[in-house]
Design a protein around this ligand. Structure first.
Ligand code: ADP
Ligand code: TZD
Ligand code: MG
Length: 591
């Protein structure tokens, strides 16, 4: 039974303190129940920003031993929570105030849902009765309704005795099946509600098996194996779902036992080392149109894979099927056939599906025909050699290649380091130049190609993995979350940010045709981003050559001090929209 503090009978002054102490010993409030419910489920870190009505929640959570990381903007806190979910397999918790704070966090909630990352956005909200009558409460907003379309699930808890259920439902929704972002609405009044302590604690739920294995049907496994057996030019595509699933050893065994070349999507890089002999990254434009059977493991046939059709896949025109047959491993039963026909859908969790395939393959599996393997190898060797030539050039000013050649070496020497990456050219060049060697080390703009994840990702990566973090940031991309440099310094995190400063979005050369203003894509020329971190006690370095960049990165990694390197890049070096120029309406018009 809920006992609201306001409804307690008035006590005489002499007995007041005594009775309060007694009552406090026997009751528990909403704040405490939320904290204990999170702790009970092993959710020990909160990414958030305080204010009414959740300030005390942040204080008391910290007092109770939770890690509370306080950001300068909720969007960064949200992105941090979303990627913590990806990295740990536990829902990342983001905590915000009502209306504006909630809306700032909402972008990250949508991002988590779109990317299939488990995350829970917990926002305080205003008084329901006033909100619903639209009487103009402080930060009035029907947050639950607004969150629903972008969340995998959304819940509101009105009574303290339901907090345990609310948090359990949020955890289950975030983690089970296809992971996603969950919204949990906690009105201000809930936090102050007091209930009997024993009953309150008994109402909390430790969620049992929140991400249950989903075993694929034997006939689906058989169908997939039959298709794969007949393949002459098979290809495996690993997506970030495969990285998330943490079935690393089985995935490696599948690739190596079958001897099938594989292509890692951006955040699946390093699941097997990019230097693996079967890695076909450097032959992407050869293997996609060339393959006859493609095994998708935790990767959707969305825009990042040209929807499985068109010229990328060897189709004659932009919407034509290239003739490939697909096996798709995915936990979502609705994913198959979303873009092209999937001949062998394998619905289940990646760990179970891959291990079922491995069992079916046994020991007598024939490797793919040599002419396919040789052709892939040849293409790859030619492209790698071409890239190597470009990388050793040392133009002045530095370009993306000469700067990223340094990052490539540094990551090779520090394979456990986390790599955060956003921008357009700064993203595309890093993805193709910097090899990854371990699973879940590369985190980036994801499914939406979103700018602004950078510094939030750095904080979460440093906190959850305790490893060195290297962030390669476009100068525009960095600007979206740049103020979180203070957060990085405040928590003294081992983060080395490299701002690839080409004076603008894509490049720094555009001009206003009227001559009045700077062009929309151009920033202050010669800006010194390194000065920003110095304001907060971090190390700032201006690097104009690969040698300076190398030294600054090595120093940062040795010292583990928060560091920001302003890498001065030729402002003419980039291309419009990086690799996705074709999606630009102006480019489409020209076609
Ligand atoms: P990428 O962008 O790397 O191609 P996507 O985000 O498009 O990857 O695809 C990830 C896919 O992985 C989603 O369809 C999601 O349902 C799936 N997925 C996520 N976790 C698992 C899991 N544990 N088991 C099976 N599939 C999963
Ligand atoms: N806003 C958001 C939230 N996401 C976006 N993706 C964009 C705007 C559009 N956009 C891109 O797609 S890349 C980019 C923007 C603004 C920045 C590119 O500039 P950069 O990188 O300096 O980060 P390069 O190296 O100069 O290409
Ligand atoms: Mg730029």
């Amino acid at each position: 039974m809920a006992v609201s503090t306001e409804n307690r009978p008035a006590l005489s002054p002499t007995t007041d303190t005594q009775n309060n102490a007694q009552a406090a010993a026997q009751t528990i409030d909403g704040f405490q129940l939320v904290i204990e419910a999170l702790k009970l489920n092993g959710l020990d870190t909160i990414y958030g920003l305080p204010g009414i009505p959740i300030t005390d929640l942040t204080r008391r959570a910290q007092g109770d031993g939770l890690r509370v990381l306080s950001f300068r903007h909720e969007q960064s806190a949200g992105y941090a929570a979303s990627i913590a979910g990806f990295l740990t397999g536990k829902p990342g918790i983001c905590l915000t105030v009502s209306a504006p704070g909630f809306l700032n966090g909402l972008n990250a909630l949508a991002h988590a849902t779109v990317n299939c990352f488990p995350m829970i956005l917990i926002s305080g909200s205003s008084e329901r009765e006033i909100v619903d009558l639209q009487q103009g409460d402080y930060e009035e907003m029907d947050q639950l309704a607004i969150a629903k379309p972008v969340a995998k699930a959304a819940f509101r808890v009105l009574h303290a005795e339901d907090i345990g259920i609310g948090i359990a439902r949020a955890i289950r929704a975030a983690l089970s099946g296809r992971p996603g972002g969950v919204y949990l609405d906690l009105p201000a009044k809930l936090f102050a509600q007091c209930i009997d302590a024993a009953a309150g604690r008994a109402s909390l739920i430790k969620v049992v098996d929140p991400a249950p294995r989903q075993i694929p049907a034997p006939e689906a496994v058989q169908r997939a194996l039959e298709l794969l057996k007949g393949a002459k030019k098979p290809l495996i595509i690993l997506g970030k779902g495969a990285a998330y699933a943490q079935a690393d050893a089985d995935i490696q065994a599948l690739v190596e036992k079958t001897g099938i070349p594989y292509l890692p999507m951006s955040m699946a890089k390093g699941l097997l080392p990019d230097t693996h002999e079967l890695c076909a990254s450097a032959a992407r434009s050869f293997v996609l149109p060339g393959a006859d059977v493609v095994v998708l493991i935790g990767a959707r046939l969305n825009w990042l894979l040209s929807h499985g059709k068109g010229k990328t896949w060897g189709g004659k025109a932009s919407k034509d099927w290239g003739g490939q047959k697909f096996i798709q491993i995915d936990i979502s039963p609705q994913e198959a056939d979303s873009n092209v026909r999937i001949d062998a859908p394998l619905v289940g969790d990646i760990g179970s599906c891959v291990s079922a395939l491995l069992q079916g393959i046994g020991s007598g599996w024939a490797k793919p025909p040599a002419d396919w393997l040789n052709a892939v190898h040849e293409k790859k060797t030619t492209n790698v050699a071409k890239m190597a030539e470009t990388l050793v050039k040392n133009p002045s000013p530095m370009n993306f290649h000469s700067a990223l050649n340094v990052v490539r070496d540094i990551v090779k020497a520090n394979p456990e380091a986390m790599l955060v990456n956003e921008g357009a050219n700064a993203l595309d060049f890093t993805r193709s130049i910097v090899d990854m060697y371990r699973p879940r080390k590369r985190i980036d703009v994801g499914t939406w190609g979103i700018m602004g994840v950078g510094m939030g990702y750095c904080v979460a990566a440093a906190v959850t993995t305790r490893q060195q973090v290297i962030a390669v940031e476009g100068d525009s991309a960095f600007g979206f979350s740049g103020m979180e440099v203070e957060t990085i310094c405040r928590y003294d995190l081992p983060v080395c940010i490299v701002v690839m400063n080409n004076n603008g979005v894509y490049k720094g050369t555009d001009k206003d045709p009227t001559g009045r203003d700077p062009a929309p894509t151009v920033f202050v020329k010669g800006a010194r981003y390194d000065k920003i971190i110095e304001a907060f006690g971090g190390v700032g370095v201006n690097a104009t050559t690969p040698a300076e960049l190398r030294k600054a990165m090595e120093d940062a990694i040795r010292s583990r001090k928060p560091t920001l390197i302003n890498a001065v890049i030729d402002e003419t070096a980039g291309t419009e929209s990086g690799r996705i120029t074709s999606l630009n309406p102006s480019a489409a018009k020209k076609k």
